[in-house]
Design a protein around this ligand. Structure first.
Ligand code: ARG
Length: 476
């Protein structure tokens, strides 16, 4: 009876025997489901086929199999690729994972020849290769997606060089800014994200294939040949490290977490700006949603969702770090858990970046009047009076105290700095003349911040030019 069950399982798996003759009983079906990763690692099908094709070619080149056999195996693997495209490549939980599913189908297609493919490798180095190929593809796509987001920000920045927005520290009005300057801060962050992914890519792009289960193999293989076919920059030098390293997965998750944190910070700002309290921005109908109950409402669901999704990416990073921290060398089945985390991170990042790009491209209309009245009705020009006094020879700390007293008395009377008469200013300090009024104008306040990296229009214009040039070739 047990033998019959085992036989049936082997038949379903399609291998003459899934495991070696050491096994006498079939798996408990609940355990079979628990153990299987096919439900999600089928995502790696293309990479698994690419890796197997490279491996077969290498076996052929090294004379482990004949050239004719290698080319038949390659054709068999390409047939599986077409079957998958047509939806006729069927897998089941009995396959356990994508690697077994491909091997099972290859054997069904080629007969005994299919059984030669797994020579000189293990699923341990195979899965590591697949994951790296998969992540490399994603990282390359992210670079383009991050650039699109930067371009969206740049376009808004170009339209709003002379639009002023209050700048905050502690979410208290601090000093006015060019809105372009504010938006370009995000372009900088995203550039760091791109650079970080590029750096992570270098460590993703090392090939573990040929490390076999953990110790290397006695089969005369050529690891550098497979690595080259697959576009890897190098191979792992230590077979144990090759199959136990998941640093690249953690780094990918960490780089993704920082992207999400940047998207989330911008989301938070947009949500605040779109509130009636701020009203710095209007959400267009393209990216806002209504309420099922309150007809007057327009909700910023896009940035809220992005802010919300950030948590799951951070969570996956934590899960990956915890997964590896106690693992003895070399491969441990715990590694199977990296897949759902990485797939979900990549998916979340992709949909969030896409939605945020659209939000910036067509979802927001800044309200210049409202923004101007915001920067004109506060004390965010107080530092400028102090700086003005400094230029007249007053030591900064003293100037700072003087202006503090002026602000206090204005607040008491409910007026702004510009409402004081020249006589009143001269009582404050005799060196003050009419020129101060010009300096109090928000536009002038912004224009005066000429230090490198400052918000002066000239400086921001330089930055706009820099980014325009950097993206130029793709923009036109
Ligand atoms: N499905 C496995 C994973 O995702 C593949 C490697 C299995 N290796 C093993 N020795 N059981 O990690």
């Amino acid at each position: 009876m047990q033998t019959a069950l085992l036989e049936e399982r082997h038949l379903r798996v399609g291998l003459s025997k899934a495991w070696s003759d050491r096994f006498e009983q079939g798996l408990n079906p609940v355990i079979e489901r628990f153990n299987a990763s096919i439900g999600f690692d089928i995502n790696l099908l293309q990479e698994d086929l690419d890796g197997s094709i490279a491996h077969a070619r290498m076996l052929g080149k090294c004379g482990v199999i004949t050239a004719e056999e290698a080319s038949q195996i390659e054709s068999g693997l390409e047939i599986i690729r077409s079957e998958a495209a047509e939806g006729t490549f069927k897998v089941s939980v009995a396959d356990e994972d994508v690697h077994f599913a491909v091997e099972r189908r290859l054997i069904a297609l080629l007969g005994p020849l299919g059984k030669k493919l797994h020579t000189g490798r293990s699923r341990n180095d195979q899965v590591g290769t697949d994951m790296r190929l998969w992540l490399r593809r994603r990282v390359d796509k992210f670079d383009a997606e991050l650039e699109r987001f930067q371009l969206a920000l740049l376009q808004q920045a170009e339209a709003h060089l002379f639009t002023l927005i209050p700048g905050y520290t502690h979410l208290q009005r601090a000093q006015p800014l060019s809105l372009a300057h504010h938006l370009l801060a995000y372009v900088e962050m995203i550039q760091r994200d791109r650079d970080r992914f590029l750096d992570v890519r270098a460590r993703i792009n090392i090939c573990p294939l040929g490390a076999a289960a953990l110790a290397g193999t006695s089969v005369p293989i050529d690891r550098r040949y497979t690595a080259k076919i697959l576009g890897f920059d190098d191979i792992y030098s230590n077979s144990l490290d090759a199959v136990s390293d998941r640093d690249f997965a953690v780094e990918f998750a960490a780089a993704s977490s920082l992207v999400m944190s940047h998207l989330s910070r911008l989301s938070e700002e947009v949500i605040l700006w779109a509130s009636e309290e701020f009203a710095f921005v209007r959400l267009t109908d393209r990216c806002a949603t209504g309420s099922s109950l309150m007809p007057q409402k327009k909700n910023p669901d896009v940035p809220e969702l992005v802010r919300g999704k950030t948590g799951r990416v951070f969570g996956h990073l934590q899960a990956l770090l915890t997964m590896i921290k106690g693992l003895p060398l070399a491969y441990n089945k715990d590694f199977q858990e990296d897949k759902e985390a990485l797939f979900d991170i990549a998916h979340t990042l992709h949909v969030s970046l896409e939605a945020m790009s659209i939000l910036i491209e067509e979802g927001l209309e800044f309200c210049p009047d409202r923004l101007f009245s915001a920067v004109s009705s506060d004390f965010s020009n107080a530092t400028d009076v102090a700086d003005y006094l400094v230029r007249k020879g007053v030591p900064f700390r003293e100037a700072y105290q003087i202006v503090g007293r002026v602000v206090k008395s204005c607040l008491k009377e409910g007026i702004l700095l510009r409402d004081l008469s020249i006589d009143q200013w001269q009582d404050v300090h005799p060196s003050i003349d009419e020129e101060l009024f010009e300096r109090l104008e928000p536009k002038q306040v912004v224009a005066s911040r000429m230090s490198e990296g400052g918000t002066a229009f000239e400086r921001v214009e330089e930055q706009l030019r820099y980014w325009r040039k950097r993206f130029g070739s793709r923009k036109e």
